[in-house]
Design a protein around this ligand. Structure first.
Ligand code: ATP
Ligand code: MG
Length: 427
């Protein structure tokens, strides 16, 4: 016997017992995004490494440490996507979708980051990614954030808080960057290694540090809102008014800079106190400069990404997911001839009752064993087909739950209608 091959560290299997939660989340996402006017788009999981370097920024955790990059057999430098915005924006440009047009787009799928695996932090994880391209805001900013709030409501998730901030325009950020760099340079000895490197590359990234030893200094550093340009200030003020009008509570966090370089003006993050250290569940912001930076015509845009694993965990805690669904009908069939009749009967039942699960007892077994399986399938109804029934062209309906009515005999010819009627009678 050979040794079993282990899974890749930090990459999870989704087991059948967990699938209903994911499906519920995905269904809610699909429905809600449709309601807000967003269209699904699907892009490759692999892109040119340069795309992420240019979009996310060289001096970020993601690009510095976390990317799964490799050279393929043709010598191309490729990377498993660590996030979705870069790929979606690349696709919008590649497909000639800009030309002044506006798009509300979303996608869902796996992302890859070589981080230290722990609770709520994986190497393959999933994001719902939502992007509004061609909108300057702040109206779309408010609508987009309200959409995330609606999402929590629909999923029954209460323990989340919204933080917002404005990073200003690229020019205002440059000015703030210079102030910040001077300030940190004056405290060079107290900086950790990452921060020293970022000081020259992008001092704003220092504010994004997760190192507890850096937090006091970060709290004392010059604050970004004081350096906001007038246009961004007005944009931010109007966003706040709109959020109030929408009834979406928020907290302004002047230290919120977000981990990726491409943001400008509005940034936001939803955090929770229910998941321990991995407290970010959804974050995003405006990236007015990114599309031009990637070679598209200058187009304002805003988007966010939601961490599916963390949201699924919140749903599990809130008990907001529907119970897993078992079978609806279990066909007990004794003998080869009965099985031959049961298979097309099951197809006819599935056709008559779309969405219902109809299982045929496969692999034989006596009546007792078959009924045990029927119980385990959780079906409320068994359809019994023995040799005697077959000879008479009938089947027995056997309700398997207390109070679900008495057994009865139906004709095979009209079985689909009769079984569908039985379910209608249960509703
Ligand atoms: P964190 O601060 O937890 O590292 P981040 O700022 O790197 O998050 P983003 O790049 O903004 O995260 O991604 C958006 C969301 O994706 C996060 O809020 C989080 O819910 C989720 N996420 C990010 N990295 C991981 C990961 N390694 N495993 C699971 N979920 C993740
Ligand atoms: Mg991270």
């Amino acid at each position: 016997m050979s040794i079993a091959i282990p899974p890749v560290k930090g990459m999870n299997d989704l087991l059948p017992a967990e699938a209903p939660l994911w499906q519920h989340l995905e269904g809610t996402v699909r429905e809600l995004l449709h309601a807000y006017g967003y269209d699904e788009m699907r892009v490759p999981v692999v892109e040119h490494t340069d795309l992420f370097k240019r979009a996310i920024g060289e001096h970020t955790d993601v690009v510095e440490k976390e990317m799964y990059s490799f050279e393929d057999k043709g010598g191309e430098r490729l990377t498993l996507r660590p996030e979705a915005t870069a790929g979606l924006v690349r696709a919008v440009i590649s497909n000639g979708m800009l030309r002044g047009a506006r798009h509300k787009l979303w996608c869902i799928g796996p992302m890859f980051r070589h981080e230290k695996p722990q609770k709520g932090r994986f190497r393959q994880f999933h994001q719902v990614d939502v992007e509004a391209v061609g909108f300057a805001g702040p109206d779309i900013d408010a609508e987009l954030i309200a959409l995330t709030a609606a999402f929590w409501r629909r999923l029954g998730i209460a323990r989340v808080t919204l933080q917002i901030n404005s990073l200003g325009t690229a020019d205002a950020r440059r000015a703030y960057r210079a102030v910040l760099a001077d300030w940190f340079r004056a405290r060079y000895d107290a900086l950790d290694e990452d921060s020293r490197r970022r000081l020259e590359g992008n001092p704003l990234r220092i504010l994004d540090s997760k190192n507890p030893a850096m937090q006091d200094m970060i709290a004392a550093a010059p604050s970004l809102p004081e350096h906001l340009d007038a246009g961004s200030r007005a944009h931010f003020d109007e966003l706040q008014s709109m959020l109030r009008a929408l009834g979406v509570p928020f907290v302004i966090n002047p230290r919120l800079v977000r981990g990726l370089d491409y943001y400008s003006r509005t940034v936001f993050e939803w955090t929770t106190d229910a998941l321990g250290a991995q407290d970010a569940v959804c974050s995003g912001g405006r990236y007015d400069g990114l599309i031009a930076q990637l070679g598209g015509e200058p187009t304002p845009a805003i988007g966010f990404a939601m961490g599916v694993e963390r949201v699924v965990e919140l749903m599990a805690q809130a008990g907001s997911a529907p119970a897993a669904r078992g079978a609806d009908v279990y066909i007990v069939a004794q003998g080869d001839a009965a099985v031959r009749a049961a298979l097309p009967l099951a197809d006819a039942l599935r056709g008559a009752m779309p969405g219902r699960r109809v299982e045929v007892n496969l692999g034989g077994g006596n009546f007792k064993a078959q009924f045990r399986r029927a119980d385990r399938s959780a079906a409320p109804l068994a359809v019994v087909l023995g040799e005697d029934e077959l000879a008479r062209g009938v089947a027995q309906l056997k309700p398997l739950r207390e109070g679900a009515g008495a057994p009865s005999e139906i004709s095979l010819a009209t079985a689909p209608a009769a079984v569908a009627q039985w379910f209608d009678g249960q509703a």
